[in-house]
Design a protein around this ligand. Structure first.
Ligand SMILES: [Zn+2]
Length: 196
């Protein structure tokens, strides 16, 4: 915005400087006309008129230099404004892109959450109420994980290897017995990879 203001300021400055040049040029033209018309006859007046024409020519030259200098400044202000406008456009493009990706990510997460919630409802409906209660309690106590896989004799919840006696107990337990980790208390899920 500052660059655009500078551009319009120098545009106004240029118009003003060009008007100054015009005024001097018109006055010099009038003087020249009077000189050429022969209406001025006194040598003193003629001399003064000629002097004024010379001085006006010099003044015109000085004013034209000012016009050129203002034009140069205006040009660089235009370039700067154009460059900054382009950069604003590029940044806005990045913002738009990031916003679109965020919206898409939210939609995906919402969809995933809805699917997972539905899946959980189906699974929890098949779990005995008391076991579900225990699971929910453990989940709250253990940072969101109430049950863990028993993998290669280790609890995948706390990453601790189970003691031999504990493993022997689990080996002897019926497949529908709820077994828990002696270390973290989580429900242990037995699989063929449990190392039993
Ligand atoms: Zn554990």
């Amino acid at each position: 915005m500052a660059a655009q203001t500078e551009e319009s300021d120098t545009a106004r400055e240029q118009t003003k400087a060009e008007q100054d040049v015009d005024q001097v040029r018109q006055r010099a033209a009038r003087d020249q006309q009077r000189l050429d018309s022969g209406a001025v006859s006194s040598p003193k007046d003629l001399e003064n008129l000629q002097k004024e024409i010379v001085s006006l020519a010099k003044r015109q030259g000085d004013l034209e230099d000012i016009v050129l200098e203002v034009m140069e400044r205006r040009e660089s202000a235009q370039e700067r404004a154009a460059e900054l406008t382009e950069r604003v456009g590029a940044v806005q493009g990045k913002i738009d892109d990031a916003t679109a990706r965020r919206v898409a990510a939210f939609e995906e997460i919402d969809g995933e959450a809805a699917t997972v919630t539905k899946e959980r409802e189906v699974v929890s409906g098949a779990v005995p109420a008391e076991l579900l209660k225990l699971y929910d309690k453990l989940r709250q106590q253990q940072g969101g994980i109430g049950a863990a896989k028993l993998y290669a004799r280790s609890c995948q919840g706390c990453r601790q290897e189970l003691a031999i006696t504990e493993l022997n107990e689990i080996r002897k337990a019926a497949s529908d017995t709820v077994v828990r980790c002696e270390n973290c208390g989580r429900i242990l899920v037995r699989t063929s990879e449990s190392g039993l």
